[in-house]
Design a protein around this ligand. Structure first.
Ligand SMILES: C[S@@+](CC[C@H](N)C(=O)[O-])C[C@H]1O[C@@H](n2cnc3c(N)ncnc32)[C@H](O)[C@@H]1O
Length: 414
């Protein structure tokens, strides 16, 4: 099996790769990681020796200049040899963006809007790919706004778009703050999973919040404290409410997703007309907080290996958790937005016409056709990305469903 497959199989087996077997970073990268660790140790000391996990994760991913997304790590790519850590669908094949563009085109048309906004634009490939496909479909649009917590990626996005879609580059803008309102189509691929999560551990039938401390050797370690300490109205709070629904009394680790919920609320409030599509790996609450999923879904990616140690090389590896889509749906709908649809990535791409997009490539052109056909297989196969990844969409001012959700919509499972 190619190494790239690990990124999306990872959640199934958190201990797939123990840290000891992972490649050691270059000295310059290690120095950056140590600089981040030093700031975290100082923050921990100032906080009395304990930080909630979401704070650690936020720093490890987004600390200016030092975090994984805000520092110099290469991040996205096809192979460990190129220094990357994982591959995402738009990196794997342009067919993903070309097919997503068909759903985007329908949403633009049905809402009568002409603007696009992308959160967490990665290398810029999805932006370039969707814009080119919209142009090929004769769909007019005015602008493509990018919002990313990572300033470091901005330059990479600019270069990619200038290379792949130079004549469309002038429509792309990078926003430093969100507008109060937005009419158009919002896209976020693998953004929700990159938001910090809180961790909770049930031990001997008592819930603890799992945070971070430093041991005598100066290493970061998990540290648990009773979950309700210091938290007013625990039973009504987001984690209190969620954890109370997890059946059984055996030891159990779970994440809660306050940052992703707040983000969804912000985006759906901002969206006054149009649609917002979020594509990511995850499950509805019943499956997510299943009594048998006792280890939670926290996962790290380093050089195309998945493992479960978030304290390895802070700032040099991705830390992620699966998305809990029932909570996301509720957060969006509570703003007054409509739930436009929720389905598997396979169903979404098939409905939106990925086989027709593939059919535009001449099968006789083996050099182009074979990799494209392989990529389609990865994107839709149940054993690869097709079932683990889902698409959820919210809308305002769209009266009917989209073709991409016309068959196999699973909104009722949320
Ligand atoms: C796993 S990457 C996905 C990149 C790209 N969409 C792709 O599919 O290749 C997650 C991206 O989300 C961005 N991100 C996380 N939280 C964000 C937020 N609140 N607003 C904007 N971008 C965010 C990160 O900076 C990072 O670029």
């Amino acid at each position: 099996m190619p190494e790239v497959a690990l990124i999306y199989n990872a959640g199934m087996n958190p201990k797939a790769h123990e840290p000891a077997s992972l490649p050691v970073p270059e000295p310059i990268a290690l120095a950056q990681s140590e600089a981040l660790a030093a700031t975290l140790r100082a923050e921990l000391a100032a906080a009395g020796g304990w930080l909630p996990f979401d704070r650690y994760m936020e720093r490890a991913l987004y600390a200016p200049g030092l975090g994984y997304y805000s520092g110099g790590a290469r991040k996205f790519g096809l192979f460990a040899d190129d220094g990357s850590d994982f591959v995402t669908a738009p990196e794997m094949s342009p067919l993903f963006s070309a097919t997503l563009a068909r759903a985007v085109a329908e949403a633009l048309e049905k809402s009568g809007t002409r603007k696009l906004m992308e959160f967490g634009a990665g290398t810029g490939r999805l932006a370039a790919g969707v814009m080119l496909a919209l142009e090929a479909l004769n769909v007019s649009f005015d602008s493509w706004d990018i919002v990313d917590l990572s300033g470091e990626l901005r330059e990479r996005q600019r270069e990619t778009i200038a290379k792949l879609a130079p004549h469309l580059a002038e429509r792309v803008r990078w926003l430093d703050a969100l507008p109060e309102t937005f009419e158009g189509v919002v896209i976020g691929n693998e953004v929700l999973d990159a938001m910090p999560v809180r961790l909770f551990a049930r031990k001997d039938a008592v819930w603890h919040e799992r945070g971070v401390a430093v041991n005598d050797a100066g290493a970061f370690v998990f540290s648990d404290r009773p979950a309700h300490s210091g938290e007013a109205n625990w039973a009504q709070s987001e984690p209190g409410n969620v954890l109370a629904q997890i059946e059984g009394s055996e030891d159990y680790v779970a994440e809660t997703h306050e940052a992703a919920l707040a983000f969804t609320c912000t985006v759906c409030t901002m969206l006054t007309r149009g649609a917002a599509f979020f594509i990511d790996y995850g499950f509805p609450a019943g499956e997510y907080y299943h009594p048998q999923r006792v280890q939670g879904t926290l996962m790290c990616h380093y050089r195309h290996r998945a493992h479960g140690d978030p304290f390895l090389y802070p700032g040099l590896q991705d830390i992620t958790a699966h998305v809990e889509f029932s909570g996301i749906a509720q957060a969006g709908v509570e703003t007054g937005a409509d739930l436009l649809g929720y389905t598997s990535q396979a169903r979404f791409l098939m409905n939106a016409g990925i086989t027709e997009v593939l059919g535009e490539i001449d099968p006789g052109d083996v050099v182009r056709f074979m990799p494209a056909a392989n990529a389609v297989q990865k994107l839709v196969s149940e054993a690869e990305m097709g079932e683990l990844f889902k698409v959820i969409a919210f809308s305002r001012g769209i009266d009917s469903t989209l073709a991409a959700f016309s068959r196999g919509d699973r909104s009722h499972t949320l």
